[in-house]
Design a protein around this ligand. Structure first.
Ligand code: NDP
Length: 282
């Protein structure tokens, strides 16, 4: 059984990006991302600071534009419009979740797709479905990169995706389809989920339910990608997969922490840097 550790992929990509960012700076381009953070959700603020630290390691300028808890949708839209028009900013992110009173859909649609680092604007999902991807949501891309890292043979394999969110499950199902897998996409209303997961050669899980997938739900020799980020009753960070019972049956499994999460940040910056390089060098 292989534990799909993200460390070497992360180190390789970080070192490559450091060189690429230095080259861009030499060419007169100062890479800059701004995250819009509304409210006071401590987890998402911590996440913003982690990304800021990562960016500084790469040589990318990264600012956090903070708005108060009671900021209106119009105020958020005005900040995004200003960032859309600011030529010194090439990347924009909006930290989720937004406070309940904010119109999330209007905010997402207001981000210029060209600067949308999280690929949350629907244009990106549309482009992915029509096989001309502009930007791929970072977490699904991280999951595929980990599968590639261990040399997964995708062609004709049965991939089961549990979870159908627009930002993780749906795009990952599509990426697996484009890799020539036969894909089953499951959700809360799926009947006999266990029969589905047991049939998976490649099982990807993004549901937000701590250690939900147990060993009896997994086929012997399956490759398992755990995307969940949860805290269990003891306050420990765990995935959606019960590592202890699933790992002994799996051919390979991504751990939490140390699997998809760190690669997600890498993909965010990698896609950002790749785009700047394409614009700079053609
Ligand atoms: P959402 O809440 O948006 O979607 C969850 C999906 O899982 C829904 O489609 C839901 O079904 C499905 N689901 C929930 N419970 C079950 C169940 N018991 N059986 C079958 N399907 C179920 O979550 P996200 O996609 O945003 O995130 C999922 C997980 O991934 C979370 O733990 C999140 O923290 C983590 N995550 C990790 C990232 C990373 O970088 N590693 C990045 C983004 C998310 P239905 O549609 O029917 O409601």
């Amino acid at each position: 059984m292989t534990i799909i550790n993200s460390k070497s992929l992360v180190e390789r990509e970080v070192s490559l990006m450091q060189k690429q960012v230095a080259q861009l700076r030499t060419a007169g381009i100062v890479p800059k991302i701004i995250t819009v953070y509304v409210g006071s959700d401590p987890a998402s603020y911590t996440y913003s600071r982690q990304k800021q630290k990562f960016a500084s390691k790469l040589g990318i300028d990264y600012g956090i534009k903070e708005l108060a808890d009671d900021a209106s949708t119009e105020e958020v839209l005005a900040v995004i419009e200003q960032l859309n028009n600011d030529e010194s900013v090439q990347g924009i992110m909006v930290e989720m979740p937004l406070p309940d009173h904010i119109d999330r859909k209007r905010v997402v649609l207001s981000i210029s797709p060209n600067k949308d680092c999280d690929a949350i604007h629907p244009a990106h999902l549309g482009n992915l479905l029509t096989y001309s991807p502009t930007r791929i949501p970072n977490t699904p891309l991280a999951a595929i990169s980990l599968l590639e890292e261990i040399g997964t043979d995708f062609k004709g394999k049965h991939a089961v995706m549990v979870g159908r969110s627009a930002i993780v499950g749906k795009p990952l199902a599509e990426l697996l389809l484009q890799k020539e897998c036969t894909v089953t996409l499951c959700h809360r209303q799926s009947q006999n989920l266990k029969a589905m997961t047991q049939a998976a050669d490649i099982l990807c899980v993004a549901i937000g339910s701590p250690e939900f997938i147990t060993g009896d739900m997994v086929k012997e020799g399956a490759i398992v990608i755990d995307i969940g980020i949860n805290f269990n009753d003891q306050g420990k960070l765990v995935g959606d997969v019960d590592f202890a019972s699933v790992a002994p049956k799996a051919k390979a499994i991504s751990p939490v922490p140390g699997g998809v999460g760190p690669v997600t940040n890498v993909m965010l910056f990698k896609q950002f840097v790749d785009k700047l390089r394409a614009e700079c060098y053609g």
